[in-house]
Write a protein that binds this ligand. Structure first.
Ligand code: TRP
Length: 344
């Protein structure tokens, strides 16, 4: 016996990720996700989509949804995704996602979904009033990933459990249908600078689009004045910056701003402290504001330009959906055969 399973997945590496079109993207999404997408596209075959099927697990105004999808697509393009390099598309334009999700609904066990903490957090005390779609959301996510046999999934820390579920579904499918190595067991990519950007008003809470205070986050669409003002108003403490990261251990807000500076400048936090040690926030904040405006300002400008005439975005999404389908359709056709469907 060797450890090397003869049945391991042997296909190519592939990156896939998606963002829901529900609310404004912010600095946390930019540093935690979008920057990574733009970098990965040059290393591995990359598929990035807008998760509009997931969005309707909570009510979305039909007259606004299409615009919300275009906004996310605009953010992808403005932050450096290149439609000639990566495949960019809307989830609802590729019916294979929903088709595969149904099969996976019959592979995943109730016990597995009952453990999902994100459902419990979102549903709160009134789970009987939530859509069934919200409950089975992670199964659709597994279908998103496995329809393309993706092996690497850049996501936030909060998605780790959904990736574990995806692996469980892939493994059970391969076993149940006697198809060793058919689906890969994908890995979450959660590391990197900007993995945890916190609220500008509370250094212990994640920067979030659902925070009622707009001053808690820098939105991708904020103009230079708004960005500078939010940095100026960010919560801090009266102490000067220390020499080392240990000196920030109990200073959540200070640590967050140093982390944001480092991520925006593409340097280590130690480098930032080496430059600013001994200075207070009166000196540090204007520097951070300038940096944030210089990086984020042009992104907002490009998003506004793209959204002013969505024809270009629509053309890119149409082309992306065609390329996505060309890859997903043969996989789903094979799944139907393996399951034994009449139409398989
Ligand atoms: N659930 C993810 C989030 O909220 C979005 C998402 C849907 C996703 N399907 C995906 C991410 C597939 C990665 C892969 O962030």
């Amino acid at each position: 016996m060797t450890d090397q399973a003869p049945t391991a997945y042997a296909g190519p590496e592939r990156v896939l990720s998606g963002v829901q079109p529900t609310g404004d993207l912010h600095l946390g999404n930019y540093l935690g996700a979008l920057v990574k997408f733009a970098r990965l596209q040059h290393e591995i075959d990359t598929f990035i989509f807008v998760a509009d099927l997931h969005a309707i697990t909570a009510w979305q105004e039909p007259s606004k949804l299409k615009h919300q999808v275009r906004e996310i697509a605009a953010a992808y393009l403005a932050t450096g995704l290149d439609p000639k390099v990566a495949t960019i598309f809307a989830q609802s334009a590729v019916p294979e996602h929903a088709e595969l999700a149904w099969v996976f609904n019959c592979v995943a066990r109730l016990g597995w979904l009952d453990r999902m903490t994100q459902f419990k957090d979102k549903a709160g005390k009134h789970k009987e009033r939530e859509s069934v779609g919200l409950y089975t959301y992670p199964v659709l996510q597994a279908a998103d990933i496995l329809a393309y046999k993706a092996t690497k999934v850049p996501v936030g820390e909060d998605q780790r459990q959904h990736l574990e579920l995806t692996r469980d579904i892939a493994q059970k499918f391969n076993n149940d249908f006697n198809a060793p190595g058919f689906f890969p067991l994908p890995d979450a990519l959660t590391q990197g600078p900007g993995a945890r950007i916190m609220s500008l008003r509370d250094g212990t809470a994640k920067m979030s689009k659902s925070d009622p205070s707009d001053n808690s986050r820098i939105n991708l669409t904020d103009d230079a004045d708004a960005i500078a003002q939010k940095v100026r108003k960010a919560r801090t403490d009266p102490e000067p910056l220390p020499e080392t990261m240990e000196g920030l251990a109990d200073r959540a807000e200070a640590r967050n701003l140093v982390g944001i500076y480092a991520a925006l400048a593409g340097v280590t936090e130690a480098r930032v402290l080496a430059e600013f040690a001994g200075q207070g926030f009166g000196a540090f904040k204007p520097k951070l504001a300038d940096l944030a405006v210089s990086v984020m300002g042009p992104i907002g400008g490009e998003m506004r330009r793209l959204l002013a005439d969505p024809a270009e975005i629509d053309r890119i999404l149409t082309d992306g959906a065609q390329r996505a389908r060309a890859l997903a359709a043969p996989t789903v056709a094979e799944v139907k055969k393996l399951v034994g469907f009449w139409a398989g």
